[in-house]
Design a protein around this ligand. Structure first.
Ligand SMILES: [Zn+2]
Length: 313
C-alpha cells in the first residue's frame, strides 16, 4: 500500500505520524492532545527524523510545542532513540521496557554501522536495514516512571490506558488505548503490511496479545510500522502466527533446522508482506517454545540468519 510521510488525524485530538515504507527502522509515532495537555507515543530512530516529526506536529497542533508526557511502547531504538528531544517530558514505560532499553545503546548501533563495511554479507544486510539512519549524538534518555502490566494516564480530560502485553516483539510491549475514541496505538505488536520480528517471544504470547486486542472495542489502529490499520489486520496477524506455528511444528518433528524450515514454508496469502527474511527468527522462536527454551533471540545470530534468507530468497 502506498502512503506518505506525515501526520494523520485518527480521532479528535489523536494523531498518527507515519513513515513509509514501514520496513527496518521506519517506525510510526502518535500524539494525543487535549487543550494544552500533550502526550507523545514514541520517538523515532534518530535525531533528524524525530526533530522533523516534532516540527510537523507543532505546525499542525501548536500545543505540541510542549510535550508533557512521552510513552515509549518498547525498547527498540526506532521507538526511543529520539527521546532526548523531548527530554523535559515525563517519560513513561513499562518496567520490563525500561530495563531492556539500556541494553542496546545508540553508541553500539553507531559502532556496528561503522564496522559493517568490513563484515561481509552480514554487514551489507545490516547497512541495507540501518544505513539510512544517523546514530551519532544520541544520548540515551530513559523513562523516569515505570509500571507493571497496566497504567491509566490523564491527558487533560482524556484517559489513556497503557497495557504491557509482552513479552512478544520485545520483553515489554505496551499498547496505548484511547477507549472513548476507539483508537489503539499498538507499537510493534502490529506491523502493518510486513512480517513481524520476534525478538523476545514466545509467539504464543503474541497470539494472546492479538486476542486481547480483538476483545477491545477499537476502530482505528496505529501500528508500530506501516499504514494505518483496523482490527482486521490483527486478525490476519493472529492467523499468520497460528499458520506458522503449525508449519513449524511439522518441520520440527521432522528434524529440519529453523533456517531450512523457513526456506520451505509457503507464505500463502502473506506472500505480499515485506521483510520476509524475518520469518526465520519467528520459526526459531517457535522451535524454542517447542523445546521449552524461552530465551529471546540473539540479535547477531538472528541477523546472520536473516541476511542468509534475504540472499537466498
Ligand atoms: Zn519498530
Amino acid at each position: 500500500m502506498s502512503y506518505e510521510t506525515g501526520l494523520l488525524e485518527v480521532g479528535e485530538g489523536l494523531y498518527a505520524y507515519v513513515q513509509p515504507d514501514g520496513g527496518w527502522g521506519w517506525s510510526n509515532a502518535g500524539l494525543v492532545v487535549d487543550g494544552e495537555s500533550t502526550l507523545l507515543v514514541d520517538t523515532l530512530f534518530d535525531l533528524r527524523l524525530t526533530e522533523e516529526m516534532l516540527r510537523v506536529m507543532r505546525r499542525a497542533v501548536p500545543a505540541a510545542a510542549r510535550i508533557d508526557t512521552l510513552v515509549n511502547t518498547h525498547a527498540n531504538g526506532d521507538h526511543c532513540y529520539g527521546n532526548q528531544l523531548v527530554g523535559d517530558a515525563r517519560i513513561v514505560a513499562s518496567e520490563r521496557t525500561a530495563v531492556e532499553m539500556s541494553e542496546l545503546p545508540p553508541a553500539a548501533m553507531a559502532a556496528l554501522i561503522e564496522q559493517a563495511p568490513h563484515m561481509g554479507e552480514l554487514g551489507t544486510f545490516f547497512l541495507d536495514c540501518f544505513g539510512s539512519f544517523d546514530f551519532g549524538e544520541i544520548q540515551l534518555t530513559l523513562p523516569q516512571q515505570t509500571f507493571d502490566d497496566e497504567l491509566t494516564l490523564a491527558v487533560g480530560a482524556r484517559q489513556l490506558h497503557l497495557i504491557d502485553v509482552g513479552p512478544a516483539h520485545t520483553r515489554g510491549d505496551t499498547l496505548v488505548h484511547a477507549a472513548a475514541e476507539r483508537v489503539l496505538f499498538t507499537g510493534d505488536i502490529l506491523f502493518s503490511g510486513s512480517h513481524p520480528i520476534v525478538w523476545a517471544g514466545p509467539v504464543s504470547n503474541w497470539i494472546a496479545a492479538c486476542e486481547r486486542i480483538l476483545a477491545m472495542d477499537v476502530e482505528v489502529i496505529v501500528p508500530g510500522h506501516g499504514p494505518l490499520a483496523s482490527p482486521a489486520a490483527v486478525r490476519e496477524l493472529k492467523a499468520y502466527f497460528e499458520y506458522l506455528y503449525e508449519q513449524a511444528r511439522e518441520r520440527h518433528a521432522a528434524g529440519m533446522s529453523a533456517p531450512q524450515a523457513a526456506r520451505s514454508i509457503t507464505l500463502d496469502r502473506w506472500a505480499t508482506w515485506g521483510n520476509a527474511e524475518r520469518l526465520v527468527v519467528t520459526i526459531a522462536s517457535i522451535y524454542g517454545e517447542l523445546d521449552g527454551d524461552h530465551r529471546p533471540a540473539n540479535p547477531l545470530v538472528a541477523f546472520e540468519q536473516m541476511a542468509e534468507l534475504a540472499r537466498s530468497g
